[in-house]
Design a protein around this ligand. Structure first.
Ligand code: BES
Ligand code: ZN
Length: 639
């Protein structure tokens, strides 16, 4: 692709934001071409990514080829990255993102050295890596190593794995961590195809977020794995895991990777995965990535899930034995459309990834498990949104879907807004225009923008062009600008059905008024249990907590979401009998959504909680992900 060809496509797509149906046809016809031609979106005013040093309109990476050795001794990935670039003919340099990389040399495609300069390092963003270009330079060969403390990489000792015999490595790129192991332009709008050759000690398996390129080879104590992604993806979607891994098929294009000791349990929990892919396709169009496999990681994995293309990464804490937490799988699968196919151009528009996905997740859950479960999960999500409004203030600038430059930083934004208000927005649109019309629109949106970056402004332009179509009454009813650009909640909001939790809410009122622990609790759905625990007053007398704990066996809850909800309530009441369960929970898994709020709540309670937090963190810190450590170190629990 040349900048000249891109410019032609640019003109076409920029008009698409306005009102031309002719442009649409052009875009659909040019499916393959648009995948490579991202410049048009990057040229729009809202697409600029303040979290990257790259200047993609001058020169940008379009293909990355990695050849890396995995060294567990030194905790480094090292080798070469060969980058193919597109550039303006007069571009003098290309700027990459670099966080702590040790660079040995940079040459061009003919092995001629290129001048380069690593700029000052910002603690969050890392450094700009500016490489001088000669007029004919279109390939860069970078020899380098990642640093032992690379933010994207977690190195586990054998003891930290289920099998206890072999070490383990995994990466987590989102949002801006991949620059700590891949020297490229680490911005979600700069889509790149990629391939990798990975050398690991024999006996270990390397999996990545791309189709396998060839059969693995083992020779001289080393195994070599190759992967190749022919679709252009955001660089945060490049992911790797290395360990003692086994595979079990789940369906014709689905399967699970995990440590052998976990394989059967994981496969049982994931039995519905193939059906989920089918349901998702029925809703919003073809699954475009080939296989959909999942990797169930060791408990140190810092997230619930991560939507790495072709290979979703999952925490093992979703395994409850009864599929009650597989909403997580539906969520990561849905990202194969919202996020991986159509991707937020920068972190001010995270709702385009997470909010659209949360809505889509719920639709998959409805298709598989019926409207009752979906309505309950949607109502819980609505509660999360209301909690965010309570925390941020209804007029807080953090409560807009499109975040301003201050809020829209990579780790910024409140989950209750980006995920839950985002989902409520789409649910409101669905209610106003009707499901059939809404679904047809959303499906066409994914088709029109497949393999492209997206911004709130372009989303609204697309919606107006293809759904509102000049209908003034409808435009007024939807309140689109309020939803995206104003804090709080527009008046047309679709509220959850109060019937979803009618019985549970009665049980909450009864218990709060001094009545009994609900008798049916053990046969309730997980959503019902969570609603109950989350709606109880945050302050309860010890005797009442005792009743809950003894009758409902909450300290022993096997469902990690239920256990988390209980422990939150318990520590707010300095409930000593929950401390052993709390300590076990905080030292046996590292999911950030669980460990961060619990440790933060403990740390804020100087007399009772802080010593517990300090004791636990001393033991647990080394098993937490570098990103989680970075957050929790701020609490200064050691001092
Ligand atoms: N893409 C996110 C994880 C993420 C977001 C990582 C932002 C880094 C920065 C993933 O899809 C996700 O949303 N995971 C959730 C689970 C989901 C069911 C809400 C999680 O990890 O809890
Ligand atoms: Zn997500």
């Amino acid at each position: 692709m040349s900048f000249v060809r891109t410019a032609v496509a640019a003109a076409a797509i920029i008009v698409a934001g306005c009102n031309s149906s002719q442009t649409n046809t052009a875009m659909n016809a040019a499916d393959n071409q648009t995948e490579a031609s991202i410049a048009p979106v990057l040229e729009t005013p809202d697409a600029k990514d303040a979290a990257s040093y790259a200047r993609p309109l001058e020169a940008r990476v379009h293909h990355v080829a990695l050849d890396l050795n995995v060294d567990f001794e030194t905790k480094r990935l090292g080798g070469t990255a060969t980058l193919d670039i597109d550039r303006k003919p007069d571009a003098k340099e290309i700027v990459l993102d670099d966080k702590g990389l040790e660079i040995a040399s940079i040459t061009d495609g003919s092995n001629q050295p290129l001048d380069y300069k690593v700029g000052p390092s910002d603690p969050k963003l890392g450094s700009p890596l500016a490489i001088s270009l000669r007029p004919d330079t279109n390939r860069l060969i970078i020899k380098y190593k990642s640093a032992p403390d690379a933010g994207a990489l977690q190195w586990l000792t054998p003891e930290q794995t289920a099998g206890k015999k072999k070490p383990y490595l995994f990466s987590q790129g989102q949002a801006i961590e991949n620059r700590s192991w891949i020297p490229t332009q680490d911005s979600p709008g700069i889509r790149q195809t990629w391939e990798a050759t990975i050398h690991v000690p024999a006996g270990l398996t390397a999996v990545m977020s791309a189709p396998k390129a060839a059969e693995p080879m083992t020779q001289g104590g080393e195994s070599v794995f190759t992967y190749k992604m022919d679709h252009s993806v955001a660089p945060y979607m490049i992911a790797i895991a290395v360990g003692d891994l086994a595979f079990k098929p789940l369906g014709k294009r689905t399967g699970v990777w995990t440590e052998p000791a976990m394989l059967d349990r994981a496969a049982a929990e994931l039995a519905d995965t193939e059906k989920m892919v089918e349901a998702a396709e029925t809703l919003y169009g073809p699954y475009r990535w080939g296989r959909y496999d999942v990797l169930v990681l060791p408990p140190a994995f810092p997230y619930g899930g991560m939507e790495n293309p072709t290979l979703t990464f999952l925490t093992p804490t979703f395994i409850a034995g009864d599929k009650s937490l597989v909403g997580l799988v539906a969520h990561e699968l849905a990202h194969s459309w919202s996020g991986n196919l159509v991707t937020n151009a920068n972190w001010s528009d995270s709702w385009l990834n997470e909010g659209v996905t949360s809505y889509f997740e719920n639709r998959i859950m409805e298709a598989l498990y019926g409207p009752k479960r979906a309505a309950q999960e949607a109502a819980l999500s609505f509660d999360e949104m209301e909690k965010a409004f309570a925390e941020e203030g209804i007029n807080g600038s953090n409560t807009q879907l499109h975040l301003g430059p201050k809020e829209g930083v990579p780790d910024g934004g409140a989950g209750g807004i980006i995920y839950d208000k985002g989902a409520v927005f789409l649910r409101t649109m669905e209610k106003i225009v009707g499901r059939e019309k809404w679904d047809a629109y959303l499906r066409s949106y994914f088709d029109r923008h497949a393999f492209q970056p997206m911004t709130s402004a372009l989303f609204l332009a697309d919606l107006r062009e293809n759904l509102v179509k000049g209908d003034k009454a409808l435009e007024q009813k939807l309140q689109l600008d309020n939803w995206l650009y104003k804090p709080g909640l527009p008046s047309n909001v679709a509220r959850p059905d109060p019937a979803a939790f009618a019985d549970v809410d009665k049980a909450v009122s009864a218990f709060t008024a001094g009545g009994p622990v609900p008798a049916g609790f053990s046969s309730w759905t997980t959503a019902e249990k969570l609603r109950f625990l989350n709606k109880l007053p945050r302050k309860l007398p010890t005797a009442r907590l005792d009743q809950l704990n003894k009758t409902l066996k909450l300290n022993d809850a096997g469902n990690q979401e239920v256990l988390f909800a209980w422990l939150d309530l318990a520590i707010r009441n300095r409930y000593d009998p929950a401390v052993p369960a709390l300590e076990h929970f905080l030292t046996s898994q590292g999911r950030r959504k669980f460990v961060r709020p619990l440790i933060q709540t403990l740390a804020a309670d100087n007399a009772w909680g802080r010593p517990i937090a300090a004791r636990v963190y001393k033991v647990a810190r080394s098993s937490y992900h570098p990103i989680t450590q970075r957050d929790l170190d701020k609490l200064k629990l050691g001092s």
